[in-house]
Design a binder for this molecule. Structure first.
Ligand SMILES: Cc1cc2nc3c(=O)[nH]c(=O)nc-3n(C[C@H](O)[C@H](O)[C@H](O)COP(=O)(O)OP(=O)(O)OC[C@H]3O[C@@H](n4cnc5c(N)ncnc54)[C@H](O)[C@@H]3O)c2cc1C
Length: 351
């Protein structure tokens, strides 16, 4: 347990936050020992992966940060397989679906690259999302028409209050748009230590969303492979989003609001071009579009601002404080509310 630990490299906003205590978990035994520790029992606790979906609201975290450094990827049916042996399981007799177990401290991008290079389908549209594997189910990460919930079968956890293990089946995770059971306050006691993913050896690629098709046709790729799609999405993302470690951000700061059909129609009267995605609960309107139309795209105020290529992304240019982002966040929420009568909620977790 380290004291007064800087989290500057562990939050992609890049604020110099100091944690009172910081613990790296390298084994399940470590976690179990930690649970019996007196300081641990008495402190406020926070699980932290890459800090790419967390905004610290203060520069001091008065509690314990628990960081998963649990590593390993294996075919879950085979206790023997390890990263290195993995490809030899993929031969002509391998079944159509494989369950791959990944430990929570693996880096998400590396895990997706690993599945793509082993020709396993399912996670390719989620390529290059920053952060850890352990955080992926927490907000049910999604991008380019895919959500991680569609590949998760089990989430393995330890309840840090009781020390008991609990395995959540997919249906128990209450997955929804950028949401799951793990986001509820009362469930923040479940430390995710591993996840089972069900991946397919052959599948149809999802090319409908965003400009994947345009990109492929510009490159003259007529029958894209799994890795063509993954690299297309990597390039498109890199063009649109700030580079982690260079400009501070947490990706999408707000969730896309879902409005009722009447509201959508009233916006459409003034803005016929309004992008819209109807679903069972109404019509989803991109929050980035609402923020852009409210005049914020490219706005800068001292150390913080709104990314000029994607208005959904609030950025920290360095040297700033969390309250600057919080002020900007409030101003944007108020202005979207005033212009469109829509409340935009946070995608980022405030801590
Ligand atoms: C440039 C950029 C682009 C992004 N693009 C996308 C995108 O396309 N789609 C998308 O969905 N997200 C995106 N994000 C958001 C973010 O990358 C994801 O939400 C990611 O899953 C967060 O992972 P993390 O390890 O950084 O989690 P953290 O930010 O460290 O934590 C997020 C939450 O998960 C909890 N948590 C972390 N680890 C554990 C654990 N082991 N057990 C239990 N709880 C845990 C934390 O307590 C916290 O509540 C983007 C972020 C950035 C900076």
């Amino acid at each position: 347990m380290k004291k007064d630990y800087s989290l500057q490299g562990l939050n992609t906003m890049g604020f110099n936050v100091i944690a009172k205590y910081f613990c790296e978990v390298n084994s399940l035994d470590d976690m179990k020992k930690l649970i019996d520790d007196k300081t641990f029992k008495e402190s406020k606790k926070l699980f932290l992966g890459g800090g790419s979906n967390i905004l610290f609201t203060d520069e001091y975290f008065d509690g314990i940060v628990i960081y998963s450094n649990l590593k390993g990827i294996k075919i879950s049916e085979s206790q023997q397989s390890t990263d290195k042996e993995f490809p030899q399981f993929l031969n002509s007799s391998t079944p159509e679906f494989l369950t791959v177990r990944c430990m929570s401290g693996e880096v998400w991008k590396d895990f997706v690259d690993f599945t793509v290079s082993n020709n396993l389908y399912g996670l390719e549209n989620l390529v290059d999302i920053p952060g850890s594997v352990g955080a992926a189910p927490v907000q049910n990460i999604g991008a380019y028409g895919s959500e991680v919930k569609d590949c998760i079968t089990k989430v393995y956890t330890i309840d840090i209050e009781s020390g008991e293990e609990r395995v959540f089946e997919n249906e128990e995770c209450e997955f929804a748009y950028r949401n799951s059971i793990f986001k509820k306050e009362e469930n923040k006691k479940y430390f995710i230590y591993a996840i089972d993913f069900r991946l397919k050896r052959n599948a149809e690629l999802k090319l409908e969303y965003g400009n994947i098709k345009d990109y492929l046709s510009k490159k003259n790729i007529k029958s894209p492979t799994l890795s063509d799609v993954a690299s297309a999405i990597k390039t498109i993302r890199a063009e649109k989003l700030p580079e982690v470690g260079v400009v501070g951000s947490v990706g999408s700061f707000f969730q896309n609001p879902i409005v009722d059909v009447d509201k959508y129609q009233s916006i459409k009267e003034t803005y016929p071009e309004v992008p819209s995605y109807p679903n069972d609960n109404g019509v989803k309107i991109p929050a980035g579009w609402l923020i852009d139309k409210s005049g914020w795209k490219g706005y800068r105020e001292n150390h913080v601002g709104v990314w000029d290529k994607q208005a959904l992304v609030l950025v920290h240019y360095g040297g700033g404080r969390p309250e600057e982002i919080l002020n900007l966040m409030t101003k944007i929420q108020e202005s979207v509310k005033e212009k469109f009568g829509i409340e935009i909620k946070l995608e980022v977790n405030l801590v």
